[in-house]
Write a protein that binds this ligand. Structure first.
Ligand code: TRP
Length: 476
């Protein structure tokens, strides 16, 4: 169907719904349900949410459309897509593969927590609500237990990705995404009926911009990229499997709306309940794992237990459909560029990811190497979420705006003039001028304020890595 470096026929999505579900499956994940609420909680609530929404609409949407267009136009995965146009640009794809590896260096750790919570809830966690908070802290800092769950999680990923694109990913997405959505609505409704819950809504939706500094703005930008699966070519890879007759703009709008909807819904599920329980919004990465079980413990009885189980099953599935796309970026690079067979590619990248995850998981218990006083988990998160994704997105826009031709892009996005996209000019100018400039400003300001802690140094390290990749791009 689409041309490929080795001219092998490329797998394609079985159906339109299959593609949307898989792309939304990639986007909706721990980023929405685990990361968004706790980052919003730590970053002052409403103002963070407002800035995040602004970035989703003005940057996220446009970058996703760009990624889909590049992917479908070239029919290649992240690295190949750039390389086939201009070898000097392959570093953007390589950065993407590296981001995929690094995100997969902590994502399965949290995915493992989620699976562990299915087991913990089934074996009576809810019967002692007072102990739920301490139990989380004890669990994640335990050196052995989380690793076993992480291994199980990674194993499930491997199974799905080894089966290839339409067989594995598409089926998983189609069945399990709607389930999660329904559970989140139930959780939200329950949270909103608790006394005192309206404070939570206020926290989430009435912005107090006086708490905003450049850290918060960079966090919101990073969150937008992370949540929408942008900036590392995951959506380029997905777009490469997309049929020529599909409407890219519509697909982009639906995926963006679904992802953002779930994040906001997760916020509504979490904060009202937290305020009702008198908990601190800045509870950190444990937020979902503490609030949600408490909420269901409060509900009590079989219903509470059942919903709690379903919630963590849903969360685990949402996480899986996301990490599958991260693994897929690395795997399709190895298949397309290095000529590996799929199973070999899957196994070898998983070995690297598993090793990084061991470091990340141990770092939460204070074990293992640190850099500028920061453990592996936070380093991987900082490098990807705060630097690689946003800067990657910046380069993807610069590539599309300055290296590709305007009419080529217009043809791709409008399917050779068959679908109309009246905002094409606006999109093009955003991608060519506004977004790269905005990302550069936000990133620089964020890095500067990161120097109060060791974070700035780590982020600068990220920039150096990007610079080196660009320098050696012809060899990559
Ligand atoms: N978006 C996913 C989430 O919110 C994570 C993810 C999957 C991702 N693929 C990605 C993030 C590619 C960045 C790039 O959980």
């Amino acid at each position: 169907m689409v041309n490929n470096t080795n001219a092998k026929p490329r797998d394609a999505w079985g159906s339109r719904l299959g593609f949307i579900m898989a792309a939304a499956g990639s986007a909706v994940g721990l980023g929405n349900i685990w990361k968004f609420p706790y980052t919003a909680g730590e970053s002052g609530g409403g103002a963070f949410v407002a800035i995040y929404l602004f970035f989703v609409i003005f940057i996220g949407f446009s970058v996703m459309l760009t990624e889909f267009a590049i992917g479908r136009k070239t029919g290649l995965s992240a690295v190949g897509a750039f390389k086939s146009t201009d070898r000097r640009w392959s570093f953007v794809g390589i950065m993407g593969v590296l981001s995929g590896l690094l995100i997969m260096g902590f994502y399965p750790v949290v995915g493992g927590w989620s699976i562990a919570y299915i087991y913990k809830i089934a074996s009576g966690l809810l019967s002692t609500p007072e102990a739920i908070g301490d139990s989380f802290g004890g669990f994640i800092s335990n050196p052995v237990q989380p690793l076993m769950w992480m291994a199980l999680y990674l194993f499930l990923n491997i199974l799905i990705v080894i089966r290839g694109i339409s067989g594995g990913i598409e089926k998983a997405g189609k069945i399990l995404m709607p389930l999660l959505f329904v559970i989140l609505i139930i959780v939200s409704v329950k949270g909103l009926t608790l006394p005192g819950s309206s404070e939570g809504l206020k926290f989430l939706f009435s912005p107090d911009f006086s708490v905003v500094d450049s850290n918060v703005v960079l966090a919101a930008l990073g969150q937008a990229f992370f949540s929408l699966s942008l900036g590392m070519g995951a959506m380029i890879t997905y777009g490469s499997y997309l049929k020529k007759k599909e409407n890219l703009v519509q697909n982009t709008a639906m995926v963006t709306a679904m992802d953002t909807g779930v994040a906001i819904l997760a916020g509504i599920a979490m904060f009202p309940a937290m305020f009702a329980f008198g908990m601190e919004p800045a509870a950190g990465p444990g937020l979902v794992f503490v609030v949600v079980p408490q909420l269901f413990a409060e509900m009590g009885g079989m219903i509470g237990l059942l919903l709690a189980l379903l919630f963590f099953i849903g969360l685990s599935v949402a996480a899986l459909t996301s990490s599958v796309s991260l693994l897929e970026v690395v795997v399709s690079y190895l298949i397309d560029e290095k000529g590996m067979k799929r199973p070999t590619a899957v196994i070898s990248s998983s070995v690297v990811m598993a090793s990084l995850c061991v470091l990340a998981s141990l770092s939460l218990g204070g074990v293992g190497p640190t850099l500028f006083d920061t453990g592996a988990f936070d380093i991987f998160d900082l490098l990807t979420d705060k630097i690689f994704l946003a800067v990657g997105g910046m380069f993807i826009c610069i590539f599309a705006g300055w290296r590709l031709k305007r009419d080529e892009l217009e043809k791709e996005i409008t399917n050779d003039g068959e679908v109309s996209f009246p905002l094409f000019g606006l999109w093009y100018n955003l991608v060519k001028f506004v977004i790269p400039g905005l990302i550069a400003i936000v990133a620089i300001a964020g890095i500067m304020s990161g120097f109060d802690s060791g974070k700035g140094a780590i982020m600068v390290m990220g920039l150096v890595i990007i610079g080196l990749a660009a320098l050696f791009s012809k060899k990559l």
